[in-house]
Design a protein around this ligand. Sequence first.
Ligand SMILES: Cc1cc2nc3c(=O)[nH]c(=O)nc-3n(C[C@H](O)[C@H](O)[C@H](O)COP(=O)(O)OP(=O)(O)OC[C@H]3O[C@@H](n4cnc5c(N)ncnc54)[C@H](O)[C@@H]3O)c2cc1C
Length: 533
Amino acid sequence: MTETDAIIIGAGHNGLTCAAYLAMAGLRVRVVERRKAVGGAAVTAEFHPGFRNSVAAYTVSLLNPRIISDLKLGDHGLRIVERRAQNFLPSPDGQYLLTGEGRTFQSVARLSQRDAGCLDTFSRELEAIADVLRQLVLRPPPNVVEGIGIGSVREAFNALATANVLRRLTLEQQRSLLELMTRSAGEILEQRFEHDLVKAVYGFDAIVGNYASPYAAGSAYVMLHHAFGEVNGKKGVWGHAIGGMGAITEAMAAAARGHGVEIGLDAGVREVIVERGRAVGVTLDDGRTVRAKYVVSGVNPKLLYTRLVPPDALPAAFRHRIGNWRNGSGTFRINVALSALPSFTALPGAGDHLTAGIIIGPGLPYMDRAWHDARAFGWSRKPVVEVLIPSTLDDTLCPPGRHVASLFCQHVAPELPTGRSWDDHREEVADLMIATVDEYAPGFASGVIGRQILSPLDLERQFGLLGGDIFHGALTLDQLFSARPMLGHADYCGPLKGLYHCGAGAHPGGGVTGAPGHNAARVILRDHRALFG
Ligand SMILES: Cc1cc2nc3c(=O)[nH]c(=O)nc-3n(C[C@H](O)[C@H](O)[C@H](O)COP(=O)(O)OP(=O)(O)OC[C@H]3O[C@@H](n4cnc5c(N)ncnc54)[C@H](O)[C@@H]3O)c2cc1C
Protein backbone atom coordinates (compact mmCIF):
# COMPACT_ATOMS: atom_id res chain seq x y z
CA MET A 1 0.00 0.00 0.00
CA THR A 2 1.36 3.44 -0.93
CA GLU A 3 0.10 6.89 -0.13
CA THR A 4 0.03 10.04 -2.20
CA ASP A 5 -1.92 13.29 -2.43
CA ALA A 6 -3.61 12.56 -5.76
CA ILE A 7 -4.00 9.35 -7.70
CA ILE A 8 -5.08 9.80 -11.31
CA ILE A 9 -6.81 6.97 -13.15
CA GLY A 10 -5.66 6.94 -16.77
CA ALA A 11 -2.69 8.58 -18.52
CA GLY A 12 -4.80 10.05 -21.31
CA HIS A 13 -3.83 13.61 -22.24
CA ASN A 14 -6.33 15.00 -19.71
CA GLY A 15 -5.04 12.83 -16.88
CA LEU A 16 -1.49 13.94 -17.70
CA THR A 17 -2.50 17.60 -17.89
CA CYS A 18 -4.27 17.41 -14.55
CA ALA A 19 -1.29 15.60 -13.02
CA ALA A 20 1.15 18.23 -14.25
CA TYR A 21 -0.90 21.15 -12.88
CA LEU A 22 -1.36 19.46 -9.49
CA ALA A 23 2.33 18.66 -9.23
CA MET A 24 3.28 22.20 -10.28
CA ALA A 25 1.22 23.39 -7.29
CA GLY A 26 3.24 21.13 -4.98
CA LEU A 27 1.02 18.04 -4.64
CA ARG A 28 2.44 14.52 -4.73
CA VAL A 29 0.80 12.87 -7.75
CA ARG A 30 0.67 9.35 -9.16
CA VAL A 31 -0.91 8.36 -12.45
CA VAL A 32 -1.91 4.75 -13.09
CA GLU A 33 -2.56 3.65 -16.66
CA ARG A 34 -3.98 0.36 -17.86
CA ARG A 35 -2.08 0.39 -21.16
CA LYS A 36 1.66 -0.04 -21.70
CA ALA A 37 1.97 3.52 -23.05
CA VAL A 38 0.88 6.99 -21.96
CA GLY A 39 -1.48 9.07 -24.09
CA GLY A 40 -4.84 7.30 -24.23
CA ALA A 41 -6.42 8.08 -27.60
CA ALA A 42 -3.63 10.57 -28.40
CA VAL A 43 -0.79 8.18 -29.09
CA THR A 44 1.66 7.24 -31.87
CA ALA A 45 2.69 3.65 -32.63
CA GLU A 46 4.36 1.55 -35.29
CA PHE A 47 1.53 -0.29 -37.05
CA HIS A 48 3.51 -1.84 -39.91
CA PRO A 49 7.28 -2.45 -39.96
CA GLY A 50 8.91 0.97 -40.45
CA PHE A 51 5.59 2.85 -40.51
CA ARG A 52 4.34 4.85 -37.51
CA ASN A 53 1.21 6.94 -37.19
CA SER A 54 -1.19 8.45 -34.69
CA VAL A 55 -3.28 5.45 -33.72
CA ALA A 56 -6.63 7.11 -32.92
CA ALA A 57 -6.75 10.93 -32.68
CA TYR A 58 -4.76 12.23 -35.63
CA THR A 59 -4.99 16.01 -36.00
CA VAL A 60 -4.50 19.03 -33.71
CA SER A 61 -6.39 22.25 -33.26
CA LEU A 62 -8.31 22.10 -29.99
CA LEU A 63 -5.26 21.74 -27.72
CA ASN A 64 -5.44 24.86 -25.60
CA PRO A 65 -2.55 27.33 -26.11
CA ARG A 66 -2.48 28.16 -22.40
CA ILE A 67 -1.81 24.50 -21.59
CA ILE A 68 0.91 24.29 -24.24
CA SER A 69 2.58 27.25 -22.61
CA ASP A 70 1.99 26.40 -18.89
CA LEU A 71 3.33 22.87 -19.38
CA LYS A 72 6.14 24.18 -21.62
CA LEU A 73 5.33 21.46 -24.13
CA GLY A 74 7.59 23.12 -26.71
CA ASP A 75 10.58 22.64 -24.35
CA HIS A 76 9.61 18.96 -24.16
CA GLY A 77 9.87 18.57 -27.91
CA LEU A 78 6.34 19.36 -29.15
CA ARG A 79 6.25 21.01 -32.57
CA ILE A 80 2.94 21.61 -34.33
CA VAL A 81 2.88 22.56 -37.99
CA GLU A 82 -0.03 23.86 -40.06
CA ARG A 83 -1.43 21.96 -42.98
CA ARG A 84 -0.58 23.75 -46.23
CA ALA A 85 -4.27 23.56 -47.15
CA GLN A 86 -7.06 22.93 -44.66
CA ASN A 87 -9.61 20.75 -46.46
CA PHE A 88 -9.94 19.17 -49.87
CA LEU A 89 -13.33 17.86 -50.96
CA PRO A 90 -13.40 16.02 -54.27
CA SER A 91 -16.73 15.37 -55.91
CA PRO A 92 -17.56 12.38 -58.15
CA ASP A 93 -18.34 14.80 -61.01
CA GLY A 94 -14.74 16.05 -61.01
CA GLN A 95 -15.33 19.31 -59.18
CA TYR A 96 -13.50 20.00 -55.93
CA LEU A 97 -13.27 22.47 -53.06
CA LEU A 98 -9.91 23.38 -51.53
CA THR A 99 -9.91 25.53 -48.40
CA GLY A 100 -7.15 27.24 -46.43
CA GLU A 101 -5.53 30.61 -45.90
CA GLY A 102 -5.76 32.64 -49.10
CA ARG A 103 -7.58 29.85 -50.99
CA THR A 104 -11.09 29.44 -49.67
CA PHE A 105 -12.79 32.42 -51.31
CA GLN A 106 -11.46 31.68 -54.80
CA SER A 107 -12.19 27.99 -54.54
CA VAL A 108 -15.76 28.59 -53.37
CA ALA A 109 -16.26 31.28 -56.04
CA ARG A 110 -15.35 28.72 -58.73
CA LEU A 111 -18.25 26.61 -57.48
CA SER A 112 -20.75 29.34 -56.63
CA GLN A 113 -20.41 33.12 -56.74
CA ARG A 114 -23.40 33.38 -54.44
CA ASP A 115 -21.78 31.17 -51.79
CA ALA A 116 -18.52 33.09 -52.05
CA GLY A 117 -20.50 36.24 -51.24
CA CYS A 118 -21.96 34.60 -48.11
CA LEU A 119 -18.69 33.17 -46.79
CA ASP A 120 -17.45 36.20 -44.94
CA THR A 121 -20.66 36.77 -42.97
CA PHE A 122 -20.91 33.12 -41.99
CA SER A 123 -17.24 32.89 -40.99
CA ARG A 124 -17.58 36.00 -38.83
CA GLU A 125 -20.75 34.61 -37.23
CA LEU A 126 -19.03 31.28 -36.40
CA GLU A 127 -15.87 32.99 -35.24
CA ALA A 128 -17.74 35.28 -32.82
CA ILE A 129 -19.42 32.29 -31.20
CA ALA A 130 -16.21 30.22 -31.24
CA ASP A 131 -14.57 33.12 -29.36
CA VAL A 132 -17.19 32.78 -26.64
CA LEU A 133 -16.49 29.05 -26.37
CA ARG A 134 -12.76 29.79 -26.13
CA GLN A 135 -13.47 31.94 -23.08
CA LEU A 136 -15.58 29.22 -21.50
CA VAL A 137 -13.43 26.13 -22.08
CA LEU A 138 -10.88 26.81 -19.37
CA ARG A 139 -13.39 27.49 -16.60
CA PRO A 140 -15.76 25.17 -14.78
CA PRO A 141 -19.32 25.79 -16.00
CA PRO A 142 -21.89 26.99 -13.45
CA ASN A 143 -22.96 24.02 -11.40
CA VAL A 144 -26.50 23.51 -10.14
CA VAL A 145 -26.44 23.35 -6.34
CA GLU A 146 -29.40 22.63 -4.08
CA GLY A 147 -29.93 24.70 -0.92
CA ILE A 148 -28.04 27.74 0.31
CA GLY A 149 -24.42 27.59 1.41
CA ILE A 150 -20.87 28.41 0.34
CA GLY A 151 -21.32 26.20 -2.73
CA SER A 152 -24.44 27.97 -3.94
CA VAL A 153 -22.90 31.41 -3.43
CA ARG A 154 -19.78 30.34 -5.33
CA GLU A 155 -21.88 28.96 -8.18
CA ALA A 156 -23.98 32.14 -8.28
CA PHE A 157 -20.77 34.13 -8.85
CA ASN A 158 -19.66 31.58 -11.44
CA ALA A 159 -23.01 31.93 -13.25
CA LEU A 160 -22.66 35.73 -13.21
CA ALA A 161 -19.14 35.54 -14.63
CA THR A 162 -20.36 33.18 -17.37
CA ALA A 163 -23.29 35.46 -18.14
CA ASN A 164 -20.82 38.32 -18.43
CA VAL A 165 -18.95 36.46 -21.16
CA LEU A 166 -22.22 35.92 -23.03
CA ARG A 167 -23.29 39.55 -22.52
CA ARG A 168 -20.35 40.69 -24.61
CA LEU A 169 -22.18 39.25 -27.62
CA THR A 170 -24.52 41.54 -29.49
CA LEU A 171 -28.19 40.55 -29.50
CA GLU A 172 -27.78 39.32 -33.07
CA GLN A 173 -24.81 37.15 -32.03
CA GLN A 174 -26.83 35.77 -29.10
CA ARG A 175 -29.49 34.74 -31.62
CA SER A 176 -26.81 32.95 -33.62
CA LEU A 177 -25.57 31.25 -30.47
CA LEU A 178 -29.06 29.98 -29.68
CA GLU A 179 -29.38 28.69 -33.23
CA LEU A 180 -25.99 26.98 -33.15
CA MET A 181 -26.67 25.35 -29.81
CA THR A 182 -30.04 23.92 -30.72
CA ARG A 183 -30.55 23.50 -34.46
CA SER A 184 -29.19 21.14 -37.05
CA ALA A 185 -26.08 22.06 -39.02
CA GLY A 186 -27.99 20.98 -42.13
CA GLU A 187 -30.75 23.55 -41.66
CA ILE A 188 -28.31 26.36 -40.95
CA LEU A 189 -26.09 25.50 -43.91
CA GLU A 190 -28.99 25.02 -46.34
CA GLN A 191 -30.18 28.52 -45.47
CA ARG A 192 -26.80 30.08 -46.17
CA PHE A 193 -25.22 28.17 -49.05
CA GLU A 194 -26.27 26.51 -52.29
CA HIS A 195 -23.33 24.34 -53.40
CA ASP A 196 -23.11 20.80 -52.02
CA LEU A 197 -19.36 20.88 -51.43
CA VAL A 198 -19.52 24.18 -49.55
CA LYS A 199 -22.23 22.84 -47.27
CA ALA A 200 -20.29 19.59 -46.89
CA VAL A 201 -17.05 21.18 -45.73
CA TYR A 202 -18.88 22.65 -42.73
CA GLY A 203 -21.32 19.75 -42.41
CA PHE A 204 -18.50 17.22 -42.01
CA ASP A 205 -17.53 18.84 -38.68
CA ALA A 206 -21.13 18.39 -37.53
CA ILE A 207 -20.96 14.60 -37.92
CA VAL A 208 -17.40 13.92 -36.79
CA GLY A 209 -17.78 11.64 -33.80
CA ASN A 210 -21.50 12.37 -33.87
CA TYR A 211 -23.57 9.35 -34.83
CA ALA A 212 -26.34 11.45 -36.35
CA SER A 213 -27.56 12.97 -39.56
CA PRO A 214 -26.29 16.49 -40.28
CA TYR A 215 -30.01 17.34 -40.25
CA ALA A 216 -30.37 16.19 -36.61
CA ALA A 217 -31.11 18.93 -34.08
CA GLY A 218 -27.98 19.64 -32.04
CA SER A 219 -25.54 18.76 -34.83
CA ALA A 220 -24.74 22.47 -35.29
CA TYR A 221 -23.13 22.44 -31.84
CA VAL A 222 -20.79 19.61 -32.87
CA MET A 223 -19.78 21.73 -35.88
CA LEU A 224 -19.01 24.58 -33.47
CA HIS A 225 -17.09 22.26 -31.13
CA HIS A 226 -14.64 21.64 -33.95
CA ALA A 227 -14.20 25.38 -34.59
CA PHE A 228 -12.87 26.72 -31.29
CA GLY A 229 -9.30 25.54 -31.78
CA GLU A 230 -6.22 27.17 -33.19
CA VAL A 231 -2.72 26.31 -34.33
CA ASN A 232 0.25 28.54 -33.54
CA GLY A 233 -2.12 31.48 -32.89
CA LYS A 234 -4.20 30.99 -36.05
CA LYS A 235 -7.83 30.52 -35.05
CA GLY A 236 -9.89 27.70 -36.50
CA VAL A 237 -6.85 26.13 -38.18
CA TRP A 238 -5.93 22.42 -37.95
CA GLY A 239 -2.39 21.14 -37.90
CA HIS A 240 -0.09 18.22 -37.28
CA ALA A 241 2.13 17.36 -34.31
CA ILE A 242 5.51 16.24 -35.65
CA GLY A 243 5.85 12.60 -34.59
CA GLY A 244 2.08 12.20 -34.44
CA MET A 245 -0.36 12.76 -31.56
CA GLY A 246 1.90 10.75 -29.26
CA ALA A 247 4.33 13.68 -29.39
CA ILE A 248 1.74 15.74 -27.49
CA THR A 249 1.23 13.20 -24.73
CA GLU A 250 4.94 12.28 -24.52
CA ALA A 251 5.64 15.99 -23.97
CA MET A 252 2.88 16.16 -21.35
CA ALA A 253 4.26 13.09 -19.56
CA ALA A 254 7.76 14.59 -19.61
CA ALA A 255 6.39 17.86 -18.18
CA ALA A 256 4.51 15.98 -15.45
CA ARG A 257 7.50 13.79 -14.56
CA GLY A 258 9.67 16.91 -14.48
CA HIS A 259 7.46 18.14 -11.64
CA GLY A 260 7.73 14.85 -9.77
CA VAL A 261 4.67 12.95 -11.07
CA GLU A 262 5.07 9.17 -10.99
CA ILE A 263 3.43 7.39 -13.91
CA GLY A 264 2.72 3.67 -13.61
CA LEU A 265 2.04 1.79 -16.86
CA ASP A 266 0.35 -1.58 -17.22
CA ALA A 267 -1.38 -0.61 -13.99
CA GLY A 268 -5.14 -0.76 -14.55
CA VAL A 269 -7.51 0.24 -11.78
CA ARG A 270 -9.87 -2.52 -10.75
CA GLU A 271 -11.79 -0.61 -8.13
CA VAL A 272 -12.04 2.74 -6.43
CA ILE A 273 -11.77 2.26 -2.65
CA VAL A 274 -14.63 3.96 -0.83
CA GLU A 275 -14.70 4.37 2.94
CA ARG A 276 -17.51 6.16 4.80
CA GLY A 277 -18.79 7.80 1.63
CA ARG A 278 -15.37 9.08 0.53
CA ALA A 279 -13.06 7.81 -2.23
CA VAL A 280 -9.73 7.14 -0.51
CA GLY A 281 -7.73 5.26 -3.12
CA VAL A 282 -7.70 2.58 -5.77
CA THR A 283 -7.06 -1.13 -6.06
CA LEU A 284 -5.06 -2.10 -9.12
CA ASP A 285 -5.65 -5.13 -11.31
CA ASP A 286 -2.71 -6.90 -9.64
CA GLY A 287 -4.21 -6.31 -6.18
CA ARG A 288 -1.91 -3.48 -5.08
CA THR A 289 -3.63 -0.51 -3.49
CA VAL A 290 -2.78 3.16 -3.55
CA ARG A 291 -4.38 5.47 -1.00
CA ALA A 292 -4.75 9.16 -1.76
CA LYS A 293 -6.45 12.32 -0.53
CA TYR A 294 -7.91 12.82 -4.01
CA VAL A 295 -8.89 10.18 -6.55
CA VAL A 296 -9.12 11.70 -10.02
CA SER A 297 -10.69 9.82 -12.92
CA GLY A 298 -9.65 10.41 -16.51
CA VAL A 299 -11.90 7.64 -17.88
CA ASN A 300 -15.39 7.77 -19.37
CA PRO A 301 -17.81 8.61 -16.52
CA LYS A 302 -20.04 5.64 -17.29
CA LEU A 303 -17.03 3.33 -17.13
CA LEU A 304 -16.00 4.89 -13.79
CA TYR A 305 -19.37 4.62 -12.11
CA THR A 306 -20.62 1.35 -13.56
CA ARG A 307 -17.36 -0.64 -13.49
CA LEU A 308 -14.87 0.87 -11.04
CA VAL A 309 -16.95 2.31 -8.18
CA PRO A 310 -18.74 -0.22 -5.98
CA PRO A 311 -22.47 0.09 -6.77
CA ASP A 312 -23.54 0.34 -3.15
CA ALA A 313 -21.34 3.43 -2.70
CA LEU A 314 -23.55 5.46 -5.05
CA PRO A 315 -27.04 6.93 -4.68
CA ALA A 316 -29.45 4.76 -6.70
CA ALA A 317 -30.76 7.71 -8.76
CA PHE A 318 -27.23 8.72 -9.75
CA ARG A 319 -26.35 5.15 -10.70
CA HIS A 320 -29.45 4.93 -12.84
CA ARG A 321 -28.76 8.20 -14.67
CA ILE A 322 -25.09 7.55 -15.31
CA GLY A 323 -26.09 4.11 -16.58
CA ASN A 324 -28.02 5.99 -19.27
CA TRP A 325 -25.06 8.22 -20.24
CA ARG A 326 -25.09 8.23 -24.04
CA ASN A 327 -21.98 6.81 -25.70
CA GLY A 328 -21.22 5.72 -29.25
CA SER A 329 -19.81 8.18 -31.74
CA GLY A 330 -20.13 5.89 -34.76
CA THR A 331 -16.55 6.01 -35.97
CA PHE A 332 -14.17 3.47 -37.49
CA ARG A 333 -10.45 4.19 -37.75
CA ILE A 334 -7.86 2.80 -40.16
CA ASN A 335 -4.15 3.53 -40.56
CA VAL A 336 -2.59 2.57 -43.86
CA ALA A 337 0.99 2.31 -45.04
CA LEU A 338 1.21 3.52 -48.65
CA SER A 339 3.75 2.68 -51.34
CA ALA A 340 3.15 6.11 -52.92
CA LEU A 341 0.99 9.22 -52.65
CA PRO A 342 -2.55 8.88 -54.01
CA SER A 343 -3.70 10.88 -57.00
CA PHE A 344 -7.26 12.20 -56.99
CA THR A 345 -9.24 12.32 -60.22
CA ALA A 346 -10.59 15.77 -59.33
CA LEU A 347 -7.08 17.22 -58.81
CA PRO A 348 -4.44 14.76 -60.05
CA GLY A 349 -0.85 14.59 -58.86
CA ALA A 350 0.95 15.94 -55.82
CA GLY A 351 0.22 19.31 -54.25
CA ASP A 352 -0.80 21.11 -51.09
CA HIS A 353 -4.22 19.46 -51.20
CA LEU A 354 -2.54 16.22 -50.09
CA THR A 355 -1.57 17.90 -46.77
CA ALA A 356 -5.25 18.74 -46.14
CA GLY A 357 -8.01 16.84 -44.42
CA ILE A 358 -9.42 15.12 -47.53
CA ILE A 359 -13.14 14.64 -47.08
CA ILE A 360 -14.99 11.95 -49.00
CA GLY A 361 -18.54 13.06 -48.36
CA PRO A 362 -19.63 15.31 -51.20
CA GLY A 363 -22.83 16.72 -49.73
CA LEU A 364 -25.20 16.84 -46.78
CA PRO A 365 -27.71 14.42 -48.39
CA TYR A 366 -24.82 11.94 -48.84
CA MET A 367 -23.99 12.28 -45.11
CA ASP A 368 -27.66 11.94 -44.18
CA ARG A 369 -28.00 8.75 -46.25
CA ALA A 370 -24.80 7.40 -44.69
CA TRP A 371 -26.34 7.73 -41.25
CA HIS A 372 -29.65 6.11 -42.23
CA ASP A 373 -27.76 3.28 -43.89
CA ALA A 374 -25.65 2.68 -40.79
CA ARG A 375 -28.75 2.69 -38.59
CA ALA A 376 -30.39 0.03 -40.72
CA PHE A 377 -27.40 -2.06 -41.77
CA GLY A 378 -24.64 -1.46 -39.21
CA TRP A 379 -22.39 0.57 -41.46
CA SER A 380 -22.86 2.87 -44.38
CA ARG A 381 -22.34 1.28 -47.79
CA LYS A 382 -21.43 4.80 -49.05
CA PRO A 383 -19.47 6.01 -46.03
CA VAL A 384 -18.02 9.38 -45.11
CA VAL A 385 -14.23 9.17 -44.82
CA GLU A 386 -11.64 11.77 -43.92
CA VAL A 387 -8.17 10.94 -45.22
CA LEU A 388 -5.16 12.65 -43.76
CA ILE A 389 -1.64 11.94 -45.02
CA PRO A 390 0.59 13.25 -42.23
CA SER A 391 3.76 12.03 -43.94
CA THR A 392 3.32 14.94 -46.39
CA LEU A 393 4.22 17.22 -43.45
CA ASP A 394 6.35 14.93 -41.31
CA ASP A 395 9.26 12.78 -42.50
CA THR A 396 9.64 10.98 -39.13
CA LEU A 397 6.76 8.58 -39.72
CA CYS A 398 7.90 6.28 -42.52
CA PRO A 399 10.73 5.58 -44.98
CA PRO A 400 11.44 8.20 -47.68
CA GLY A 401 9.16 7.91 -50.70
CA ARG A 402 6.53 6.00 -48.72
CA HIS A 403 3.56 7.47 -46.88
CA VAL A 404 1.11 6.86 -44.06
CA ALA A 405 -2.53 7.89 -44.05
CA SER A 406 -5.17 8.10 -41.34
CA LEU A 407 -8.69 7.17 -42.45
CA PHE A 408 -11.34 8.45 -40.07
CA CYS A 409 -14.61 6.87 -41.15
CA GLN A 410 -17.98 8.14 -39.96
CA HIS A 411 -21.27 6.39 -39.59
CA VAL A 412 -20.79 2.88 -38.42
CA ALA A 413 -23.06 1.59 -35.66
CA PRO A 414 -21.45 1.45 -32.21
CA GLU A 415 -23.01 -2.01 -31.93
CA LEU A 416 -24.09 -3.95 -34.98
CA PRO A 417 -27.77 -4.78 -35.40
CA THR A 418 -29.09 -8.34 -34.94
CA GLY A 419 -26.35 -9.34 -32.53
CA ARG A 420 -23.54 -9.44 -35.12
CA SER A 421 -20.03 -8.73 -33.79
CA TRP A 422 -17.56 -6.19 -35.10
CA ASP A 423 -14.94 -8.93 -34.81
CA ASP A 424 -16.59 -10.69 -37.76
CA HIS A 425 -16.90 -7.59 -39.96
CA ARG A 426 -13.76 -5.54 -39.25
CA GLU A 427 -11.84 -6.55 -42.41
CA GLU A 428 -14.88 -6.31 -44.71
CA VAL A 429 -15.67 -2.78 -43.52
CA ALA A 430 -12.02 -1.72 -43.81
CA ASP A 431 -12.04 -2.98 -47.43
CA LEU A 432 -15.16 -0.91 -48.09
CA MET A 433 -13.62 2.24 -46.61
CA ILE A 434 -10.46 1.82 -48.68
CA ALA A 435 -12.51 1.08 -51.81
CA THR A 436 -14.51 4.25 -51.17
CA VAL A 437 -11.33 6.34 -51.23
CA ASP A 438 -10.20 4.42 -54.32
CA GLU A 439 -13.31 5.62 -56.21
CA TYR A 440 -11.97 9.18 -55.87
CA ALA A 441 -8.26 8.30 -56.13
CA PRO A 442 -7.91 5.25 -58.38
CA GLY A 443 -4.90 3.17 -57.36
CA PHE A 444 -5.21 4.09 -53.68
CA ALA A 445 -6.28 0.57 -52.68
CA SER A 446 -3.46 -1.15 -54.56
CA GLY A 447 -0.96 1.22 -52.91
CA VAL A 448 -1.89 -0.02 -49.43
CA ILE A 449 0.98 -2.20 -48.15
CA GLY A 450 -0.06 -2.42 -44.50
CA ARG A 451 -3.05 -1.52 -42.40
CA GLN A 452 -4.30 -1.21 -38.83
CA ILE A 453 -8.03 -1.33 -38.20
CA LEU A 454 -9.99 -0.13 -35.20
CA SER A 455 -13.73 -0.82 -35.09
CA PRO A 456 -15.85 0.77 -32.34
CA LEU A 457 -15.37 -2.45 -30.36
CA ASP A 458 -11.58 -2.25 -30.79
CA LEU A 459 -11.64 1.38 -29.59
CA GLU A 460 -13.51 0.26 -26.50
CA ARG A 461 -11.18 -2.67 -25.81
CA GLN A 462 -7.94 -0.81 -26.44
CA PHE A 463 -8.69 2.59 -24.94
CA GLY A 464 -11.72 2.11 -22.69
CA LEU A 465 -13.82 4.25 -25.06
CA LEU A 466 -17.26 2.80 -24.37
CA GLY A 467 -19.18 2.12 -27.58
CA GLY A 468 -16.07 3.49 -29.33
CA ASP A 469 -17.13 6.98 -28.21
CA ILE A 470 -14.28 9.32 -29.09
CA PHE A 471 -15.62 12.05 -26.78
CA HIS A 472 -16.34 9.94 -23.63
CA GLY A 473 -20.04 10.67 -24.22
CA ALA A 474 -22.07 12.29 -26.97
CA LEU A 475 -21.86 16.07 -27.33
CA THR A 476 -25.61 16.59 -27.15
CA LEU A 477 -27.27 19.46 -25.31
CA ASP A 478 -28.32 17.18 -22.42
CA GLN A 479 -24.67 16.12 -21.94
CA LEU A 480 -22.93 19.50 -22.31
CA PHE A 481 -21.73 22.36 -20.17
CA SER A 482 -23.55 22.35 -16.76
CA ALA A 483 -24.96 18.92 -17.62
CA ARG A 484 -21.59 17.25 -18.31
CA PRO A 485 -21.55 14.59 -16.98
CA MET A 486 -24.75 15.36 -15.07
CA LEU A 487 -26.64 18.37 -13.77
CA GLY A 488 -25.27 18.98 -10.26
CA HIS A 489 -21.89 17.39 -11.07
CA ALA A 490 -20.42 19.84 -13.59
CA ASP A 491 -17.90 20.95 -10.96
CA TYR A 492 -15.58 18.01 -11.77
CA CYS A 493 -16.84 16.17 -8.64
CA GLY A 494 -19.25 13.26 -8.54
CA PRO A 495 -21.48 12.28 -5.65
CA LEU A 496 -18.58 10.74 -3.69
CA LYS A 497 -16.36 13.10 -1.74
CA GLY A 498 -12.75 12.91 -2.83
CA LEU A 499 -13.56 11.60 -6.34
CA TYR A 500 -13.02 14.02 -9.23
CA HIS A 501 -13.50 13.89 -13.03
CA CYS A 502 -10.67 15.11 -15.26
CA GLY A 503 -11.43 13.36 -18.58
CA ALA A 504 -13.37 14.24 -21.71
CA GLY A 505 -16.63 13.24 -19.99
CA ALA A 506 -16.37 16.56 -18.13
CA HIS A 507 -16.72 20.09 -19.58
CA PRO A 508 -15.84 21.05 -22.29
CA GLY A 509 -15.92 17.49 -23.60
CA GLY A 510 -13.92 15.49 -26.11
CA GLY A 511 -11.06 16.28 -28.38
CA VAL A 512 -7.42 16.74 -27.53
CA THR A 513 -7.96 19.98 -25.61
CA GLY A 514 -6.40 19.42 -22.17
CA ALA A 515 -9.21 21.61 -20.83
CA PRO A 516 -11.03 19.10 -18.56
CA GLY A 517 -7.66 18.16 -17.02
CA HIS A 518 -6.80 21.81 -16.45
CA ASN A 519 -10.20 22.66 -14.96
CA ALA A 520 -10.30 19.61 -12.69
CA ALA A 521 -6.87 20.54 -11.31
CA ARG A 522 -8.19 24.01 -10.51
CA VAL A 523 -11.11 22.58 -8.54
CA ILE A 524 -8.93 20.04 -6.69
CA LEU A 525 -6.43 22.75 -5.72
CA ARG A 526 -9.28 24.95 -4.49
CA ASP A 527 -10.58 22.11 -2.32
CA HIS A 528 -7.04 21.31 -1.16
CA ARG A 529 -6.48 24.88 -0.05
CA ALA A 530 -9.83 24.88 1.76
CA LEU A 531 -8.85 21.69 3.64
CA PHE A 532 -5.16 22.33 4.27
CA GLY A 533 -4.73 26.09 3.82
C1 LIG B 1 -10.51 7.37 -33.53
C2 LIG B 1 -10.42 8.70 -32.85
C3 LIG B 1 -10.08 9.83 -33.57
C4 LIG B 1 -10.01 11.05 -32.93
N1 LIG B 1 -9.55 12.14 -33.63
C5 LIG B 1 -9.29 13.28 -32.96
C6 LIG B 1 -8.54 14.31 -33.57
O1 LIG B 1 -8.07 14.16 -34.69
N2 LIG B 1 -8.33 15.45 -32.88
C7 LIG B 1 -8.80 15.63 -31.60
O2 LIG B 1 -8.60 16.70 -31.02
N3 LIG B 1 -9.48 14.64 -30.99
C8 LIG B 1 -9.68 13.46 -31.61
N4 LIG B 1 -10.29 12.42 -30.97
C9 LIG B 1 -10.84 12.63 -29.63
C10 LIG B 1 -9.79 12.63 -28.57
O3 LIG B 1 -8.76 11.75 -28.89
C11 LIG B 1 -10.37 12.22 -27.21
O4 LIG B 1 -11.56 12.91 -26.95
C12 LIG B 1 -9.36 12.52 -26.13
O5 LIG B 1 -8.13 11.86 -26.42
C13 LIG B 1 -9.84 12.10 -24.76
O6 LIG B 1 -8.78 12.31 -23.86
P1 LIG B 1 -8.86 11.87 -22.35
O7 LIG B 1 -7.52 12.12 -21.75
O8 LIG B 1 -10.01 12.54 -21.71
O9 LIG B 1 -9.20 10.33 -22.38
P2 LIG B 1 -8.48 9.10 -23.08
O10 LIG B 1 -7.56 9.53 -24.14
O11 LIG B 1 -9.56 8.16 -23.44
O12 LIG B 1 -7.61 8.49 -21.91
C14 LIG B 1 -8.16 7.73 -20.87
C15 LIG B 1 -7.09 6.78 -20.38
O13 LIG B 1 -7.61 5.99 -19.32
C16 LIG B 1 -7.09 4.69 -19.44
N5 LIG B 1 -7.93 3.77 -18.68
C17 LIG B 1 -9.15 3.28 -18.99
N6 LIG B 1 -9.59 2.46 -18.02
C18 LIG B 1 -8.62 2.43 -17.07
C19 LIG B 1 -8.49 1.76 -15.84
N7 LIG B 1 -9.43 0.95 -15.37
N8 LIG B 1 -7.35 1.95 -15.12
C20 LIG B 1 -6.36 2.77 -15.57
N9 LIG B 1 -6.44 3.42 -16.74
C21 LIG B 1 -7.56 3.27 -17.48
C22 LIG B 1 -7.12 4.44 -20.93
O14 LIG B 1 -6.28 3.36 -21.28
C23 LIG B 1 -6.64 5.78 -21.44
O15 LIG B 1 -5.24 5.82 -21.54
C24 LIG B 1 -10.32 11.17 -31.57
C25 LIG B 1 -10.60 10.02 -30.83
C26 LIG B 1 -10.64 8.79 -31.45
C27 LIG B 1 -10.93 7.57 -30.65
